[in-house]
Design a protein around this ligand. Structure first.
Ligand code: PLP
Length: 383
């Protein structure tokens, strides 16, 4: 039986814990989405949202999950039969590639071992003149590995290649340093339920001038940026927007502004480092095999051979009401993922790591003692 007293520990790498402030903001009466109060709300939000993406250009908001925003990025910019190069860094990059194929694009996947990020140097041989876009997942939520988006941009520039750069920042936006304009990204895909501390339900496309000018011929209607951006100029949407989530977004942006984005990123870096110290203290292995590529929003932990990660996760849920992320795709059963992003502080990490340490021991996984202690010592030292 799952324990249901006290607070649930929602430590999957998204959806993340929604702050009470945001929940209260969402619990306002829904207003007329064609009236002046809505236009003021949307007008303000569409401007403030830009700061999170670090862009001066438009950010398109969809009532969708991240997958919808992936589709929007592809159908707005590409044409049937276009070739795209994608980095095979994990389960989510594979899903995005599958979508691209189903939409009629030709996908050239740079294979990866799911333990390293994208290698920009691998682009050199692949950037044939017919490549229309390069797709990269900034933070692979299935592996806890970050990819060097600026490095991919530099590789495109070195080759003098005009391909569009499409980036998924779904589990890094608002948690890890990300710079749409500075890194020359053409479409950034984001969504609400991770670093932005909101419930699921909103997808985002930050769009460069080049992407706006380069309209593809793939069929699109609901996802079409043009009518949305045109309506947004007056503070409206061409369909019914998720009014209450937008109230929540206003509060969440305020919280990020109050803390300051750099402090938010530093907090995530610190919790990620503490988590890795706990994992190593337990004598376990972090999946990410590149010191420069660790995610700051989640940590994927490899289980010792012969031990099922999902059995341990189930036990932690039943005993401690702690939800951790499951292993996805080829990592099923082999890893569990600790989400440490969004509305999260030292004691939440301490509680999470304690639950993992107790749960692994209870599941009969051979771990060393003291992992959580090592994390706490780091947290105290790295104030
Ligand atoms: N891309 C990444 C990196 C993700 O982590 C996820 C979901 O976790 C998705 C895409 C898909 O987003 P959604 O489940 O909101 O459709």
């Amino acid at each position: 039986m799952v324990l249901t007293v006290g607070r649930h520990f929602l430590q999957i790498p998204g959806p993340t814990n929604v702050p009470d402030r945001v929940l209260r903001a969402i619990a306002q009466p829904t207003i007329d989405h064609r009236g002046p109060a809505f236009a003021r709300l949307a007008g303000e939000l569409l401007e403030r949202l830009k700061t999170v993406f670090k862009t001066a250009g438009p950010v398109v908001v969809y009532p969708s999950s991240g997958t919808g925003a992936w589709e929007a990025a592809l159908v707005n910019t590409l044409s049937p039969g276009d070739k795209v190069v994608a980095f095979g860094t994990g389960h989510f990059s594979a899903l995005w590639c599958g979508m691209a194929e189903r939409l009629g694009l030709v996908v050239d996947v740079v294979p990866g071992d799911w333990r390293h990020g994208a290698d920009p140097d691998a682009l050199a041989d692949r950037l044939t003149p017919d490549v229309a876009a390069v797709m990269v997942v900034h933070n692979e939520t299935s592996t806890g590995v970050r990819s060097p988006v600026a490095g991919v941009r530099a590789a495109l520039d070195r080759a003098g290649h005009p391909a569009l750069l499409l980036v998924d920042t779904i589990s890094s936006l608002g948690s890890m340093d990300y710079r749409h304009d500075e890194w020359g990204v053409d479409v950034t895909v984001g969504c609400s339920q991770k670093g932005l501390m909101l419930p699921p339900g909103m997808g985002f496309n930050a769009v460069s001038e080049k992407a706006l000018a380069h309209r593809g011929r793939l069929p699109r209607s609901y996802w079409d940026w043009e009518p949305i951006i045109a309506a947004n100029r007056q503070g409206f949407f061409p369909y019914t927007p998720p009014t209450n989530l937008l109230y929540g977004l206003r509060e969440a942006l305020l919280m990020l502004e109050e803390e300051g984005l750099d402090a938010v990123f530093a907090r995530h870096d610190r919790h990620a480092e503490a988590t890795r110290r706990a994992v190593r203290g337990w004598g376990l292995e972090v999946l990410c095999a590149d010191e420069r590529a660790h995610s700051s929003s989640l940590t994927a932990v490899l289980m010792p051979d012969g031990h099922d990660a999902d059995a341990a996760r189930r036990l932690m849920l039943e005993r401690y009401d702690l939800s951790l992320g499951t292993g996805l795709g080829r990592l099923a059963g082999r890893v569990f993922r600790i989400g440490h992003l969004g509305h999260f502080n030292d004691l939440m990490l301490a509680g999470t790591l304690s639950g993992v340490e107790m749960g692994l021991a209870a599941a009969g996984v051979p771990i060393k003692e003291g992992g959580t202690r090592a994390a706490l010592a780091y947290l105290e030292g790295a104030r």
